[in-house]
Design a protein around this ligand. Structure first.
Ligand SMILES: NC(=O)c1ccc[n+]([C@@H]2O[C@H](COP(=O)([O-])OP(=O)(O)OC[C@H]3O[C@@H](n4cnc5c(N)ncnc54)[C@H](OP(=O)(O)O)[C@@H]3O)[C@@H](O)[C@H]2O)c1
Length: 248
């Protein structure tokens, strides 16, 4: 079977669970060789085995040097990088007066600095891939509905971090258009993942909110795979995906 991503290597950050794991599967199903990035090596190795043409890279996205070295190693070992999915993320919701500053900094480190480090390291590989046989490369970042608007006051810093990657992506899009590197944002609503089913009741909770509707990681992975498999002439720059019943 031939896939639209045959011969392309895709790096997926946060591939050990949730949306990243589903995205790695979806891109592999389109023929991509997938580099799975996250901290939990055992999970990554298990996912790699299930997926087939997938390779585990244990890396913390808050460590810029480790990210650069993993990106360069993946490019070297897997034949370049044609797709980067910036998906690793973290969220903690609390009113500002009760919030822990270390949690704010952690969100910025993972959701913003992690995206900057992976993108910076991947750019030379992506522009090189865009000059190759596929003629196009993709950077797709998983933002959030909270990257478009403030859903509630206690999503303060999470929403700020997602707005930041939205602004960064738009600048990148404008710069890279002529180089045939497409830049896209995917903005999920409430998705049932580890992030939203923890015991932590300060996060939007997919279990308690299920009467309001919840979507699955595969729904977001579909949107990402759609973006990365468009013909060279077409760039899907933004997709917002909410559960049908989600109002805000
Ligand atoms: N679930 C939702 O409702 C929802 C809605 C909107 C947007 N999002 C966004 O979707 C993305 C994926 O989240 P998810 O819902 O799929 O949650 P998840 O299942 O908790 O996945 C988060 C992923 O990020 C990785 N990660 C976290 N910190 C990391 C670090 N420092 N270095 C490397 N990897 C790290 C985790 O892997 P390790 O722990 O193994 O490192 C895991 O693979 C996030 O950007 C999140 O903000 C989610």
């Amino acid at each position: 079977m031939t896939g639209k991503l045959d011969g392309t290597t895709a790096v997926v950050t946060g591939a050990s669970s949730g949306i990243g794991e589903a995205t790695a599967r979806a891109l592999a199903a389109e023929g991509a060789t997938v580099a799975l990035f996250a901290r939990r090596r055992d999970r990554l190795e298990a996912r790699a085995k299930e997926i087939g043409d997938a390779h585990a890279y244990e890396v913390d996205v808050t460590d810029a040097e480790a990210v650069r070295s993993a990106i360069d190693r993946a490019a070297d070992e897997l034949g370049g990088i044609g797709v980067l999915i910036n998906n690793a993320g973290y969220g903690k919701w609390a009113p500002a007066r009760e919030a822990d500053l270390s949690e704010w900094r952690k969100m910025v480190d993972i959701n913003v600095n992690g995206v900057l480090s992976a993108t910076h390291a991947a750019l030379p590989h992506l522009t090189a891939a865009a000059r190759g046989s596929r003629g196009i490369a993709d950077v797709i970042t998983v933002s959030s509905v909270a990257g478009r608007k403030m859903p509630a006051p206690d999503s303060n810093v999470y929403a700020a971090s997602k707005h930041a990657v939205g602004a960064f992506s738009e600048g990148l899009r404008q710069e890279l258009a002529e180089h045939h590197v497409r830049v896209g944002l995917v903005e999920p609503g409430l998705v049932e993942t580890e992030l939203t089913t923890s015991e932590d009741d300060t996060a939007p909770n997919a279990r308690t909110a299920s009467e309001l509707g919840v979507i699955q990681s595969e729904d977001i992975a579909d949107a990402i795979a759609y973006m990365a498999t468009r013909p060279r002439r077409t760039a899907i720059n933004e997709i917002l995906v909410r559960p049908t019943e989600q109002v805000r």
